[in-house]
Design a protein around this ligand. Structure first.
Ligand code: GTB
Length: 218
């Protein structure tokens, strides 16, 4: 059954691929699975029909027959568990790849999000300037740790996995301001490798087409 995902009808990122539907599109592309997209306005996201799918009134959601999911990590894991290409067969390697998915959203993403919130939403607050160096120290610390673990490897643990997909997607949040990422050349190259994957490029083009008005309405 072809799944349907939701995405912003008008993404505030203006097609830069930063909204989280890109992660789900990428996973589906890696798995070679067709999908449909239902575009939702901010108003629709907060209405009862969408809230029944997503209790927090956000995108993306994922519907497949009777199943409705929210939370990108869970959706990507669901796709990865049902289709080849995103998780290794070996049980231990599979558990490690899933660990990297959690590390991406639970360890790397929080300080990155904190910085974005401070820069974009709390810029006018008196404490933002004072708070920023502490946030950036926390991000640099995490990037340094990730950089040491990655070393010269192509991916985090053997073959490309859903762990890399989530980690690259989280690190792409630096797209708007890549200076911090450039301080860690191997991590910078790792993100570029992820973005060079044909499946990522297809996912990126598909979300961009929504912004440029080329996408078929779902
Ligand atoms: N934990 C959830 C998940 O991983 O699925 C978080 C989902 C989430 O944050 N969704 C955002 C949303 O629906 C869109 S992706 N926001 C609307 C709302 O909460 O009312 C986050 C996002 C939005 C915009 C940009 N941007 O413009 O650059 C980047 C990322």
């Amino acid at each position: 059954m072809t799944p349907t995902i939701t995405a912003f009808a008008r993404s505030p990122d203006r097609g830069r691929g930063l909204a989280r539907d890109t992660r789900v599109r990428w996973a589906l592309e890696e798995a070679g699975q067709p999908y449909e997209v239902r575009l939702v306005s901010f108003e629709q996201m907060k209405g009862p029909a969408h809230l029944a799918l997503h209790p927090f009134g956000q995108i993306p959601t994922y519907e497949e027959g009777e199943l409705a999911l929210f939370e990108t990590g869970s959706i990507v894991l669901h796709i990865a568990q049902r289709h080849a290409g995103l998780l290794p067969d070996d049980a231990n390697a599979r558990a490690r790849a899933i660990t990297w998915m959690f590390a991406a959203v639970n360890t790397m993403e929080p300080p990155i999000l904190e910085r974005e919130t401070a820069r974009l939403l709390e810029r006018d607050k008196a404490w933002t300037e004072e708070r920023m160096p502490g946030i950036e120290d926390r991000i640099r610390n995490r990037l340094g740790q990730l950089s040491r673990r990655l070393g010269d490897a192509e991916w985090l643990d053997g073959e490309f996995s859903a762990g890399d997909l989530m980690m690259v997607a989280v690190l792409m949040r630096f797209k708007a301001s890549s200076e911090m990422l450039e301080e860690f050349p191997n991590v910078f190259a790792y993100v570029a490798r992820g973005q060079a994957r044909p499946a990522y490029k297809r996912a990126f083009e598909a979300q961009l087409a929504v912004f440029t008005g080329m996408a078929p309405a779902g």
